[in-house]
Design a protein around this ligand. Structure first.
Ligand SMILES: [Zn+2]
Length: 103
């Protein structure tokens, strides 16, 4: 196998993985609009560099913090199943608190 063929396989694998990750979180959990149509509302997890954006700005504003929680939990569970403790995704409690504070 030639070197460029190996690179092609690697590139395709990376793109395929990236594509499947994108597919899960590339849209609003409520109205199902993709992020290129609507603006996502990002909630930063306290003390962490990552944020979560299960809802678009419009849906986020329509819901109360309590109503937003299931959408966050769904994405969080997905992250947790996929990566376990990687990136601190097990810190559901602090994220939950941030959501309930209206972040
Ligand atoms: Zn929405």
């Amino acid at each position: 196998m030639k070197k460029w063929q190996i690179w092609l396989i690697v590139a395709c694998t990376v793109l395929a993985c990236y594509g499947s990750i994108e597919a899960d979180w590339s849209k609003c959990g409520r109205c199902q609009n993709p992020w290129y149509l609507v603006k996502a509302h990002t909630t930063e997890c306290p003390g962490r560099s990552w944020g979560m954006f299960p809802l678009c700005e419009e849906c986020w504003q329509k819901l109360t913090p309590q109503q937003r929680l299931p959408y966050y939990e769904e994405v969080w569970r997905e992250w947790h199943d996929r990566w376990g403790d990687v990136r601190g995704v097990s810190e559901w409690d602090s994220l939950k608190a941030a959501v309930l504070r209206g972040k």
